[in-house]
Design a protein around this ligand. Structure first.
Ligand code: SF4
Ligand code: SF4
Length: 89
């Protein structure tokens, strides 16, 4: 299924069933840096740990992976050409 956004014209997402970003709950300290840096609202804080809320609007920017001081985030891209797309490719 292809989804578009009023806030971001020219952008679309081809839905993926893959959890292509994962948080290692054993390492996460709940500092919320990833949650605060994510413009797509993909994260939520529950019981002092961060969890993926939804990757439906993830822009695959990898900012969450980059900012995590504990290296608790495993970042990858959705497989098979799915996920974030712009009109430029
Ligand atoms: S930045 Fe890393 S340690 Fe901090 S809440 Fe996110 S996953 Fe956990
Ligand atoms: S890759 Fe970017 S948009 Fe996706 S969850 Fe991480 S910070 Fe949010």
């Amino acid at each position: 299924m292809v989804r578009t956004s009023k806030e971001f014209p020219g952008v679309e997402w081809i839905e993926s069933t893959e959890n292509f970003i994962k948080v290692n709950q054993n390492i996460c300290t709940g500092c919320a840096k990833c949650l605060n840096v994510c413009l797509a609202g993909c994260y939520e804080l529950l019981d002092h740990k961060v969890k993926i809320r939804s990757l439906k609007e993830c822009m695959e920017c990898s900012a969450c992976w980059y900012i995590c001081p504990e290296e608790a985030i495993k970042f990858s891209y959705p497989p098979g050409g799915k996920g974030f797309k712009t009109r430029f490719g």
